[in-house]
Design a protein around this ligand. Structure first.
Ligand code: G6P
Ligand code: MG
Length: 218
């Protein structure tokens, strides 16, 4: 039976994916690098450095310039998350977190972001998250399973008894590599590899979802 739930943050609990996009767009514009909303889709869920590498493509930059660009993008992002409040939770998230807590299931965050902790506090959901796995927790980013395995380990739950909620292809891949159940949030083209695909957490109930996963396990 499922004993642990691991949530990605950006694009699952809140739409900071949009703020990451705007911060990258501003940096790309400053650098004269081609970038748009569509190119941004490939950055969902991947680390800050890996994102920048995709944006710069074949252009050559020194390590110092790369660090400066990561720093600038992060400053734009940090400024934009300053005003985040509980109203920025995506539809259905708070009710779902309450149901999980009620059911006695443990929860972890599994976000690649180094800014995850302040975002969780600003969203007012710290009491619903038992363990925080973020951009500081492990070395290898998604699609490696490390971050989710870190969460399961901290929760003291067998990976096979964990379910991951993710909006990114790299995150679904990481969850499957960790031997966990995967629930994809978003279009099938992006998260179709997951065991269950949902458009959002709105009107999603833990008891139903748990039943569905138990059914699949048979
Ligand atoms: C999440 C987001 C990515 C972001 C990454 C690193 O995975 O989905 O868009 O690049 O975190 O975030 P950070 O705040 O550390 O730059
Ligand atoms: Mg995400």
């Amino acid at each position: 039976d499922i004993q642990g739930v691991i949530f990605d943050l950006d694009g699952v609990l809140t739409d900071t994916a949009e703020y990451h996009y705007r911060a990258w767009q501003r940096l790309a514009d400053e650098e004269g690098l081609p970038f748009d909303r569509e190119a941004n889709e490939a950055l969902r869920g991947i680390s800050r450095r890996a994102s920048l590498m995709k944006i710069i493509g074949d252009r050559v930059y020194s390590e110092a310039q790369i660090e400066d660009m990561m720093e600038r993008k992060n400053q734009y992002y940090v400024d934009s998350i300053d005003a985040i409040s509980p109203t920025d939770l995506l539809p259905g998230v708070l009710d779902f977190l309450k149901e999980i807590k009620q059911a006695g299931v443990k929860t972890a965050l599994g976000s690649a972001s180094k800014n995850a902790r302040p975002v969780i506090e600003k969203l007012g959901i710290a009491e619903y998250i038992d363990v925080i796995g973020d951009g500081h927790s492990v070395e290898r980013p998604k699609p490696a399973p490390d971050l989710f395995l870190f969460g399961a380990n901290e929760l003291g739950v067998d990976p096979a008894a964990c379910v991951v909620f993710e909006d990114a292809a790299a995150g679904i891949e990481a969850a499957l590599a960790a031997g966990m159940w995967a629930v994809g949030l978003g279009p099938v083209e992006r998260v179709g590899e997951a065991h269950v695909v949902l458009s959002s957490l709105e009107n999603v109930h833990w008891a139903d979802l748990r039943g569905k996963l138990q059914q699949l396990a048979k």
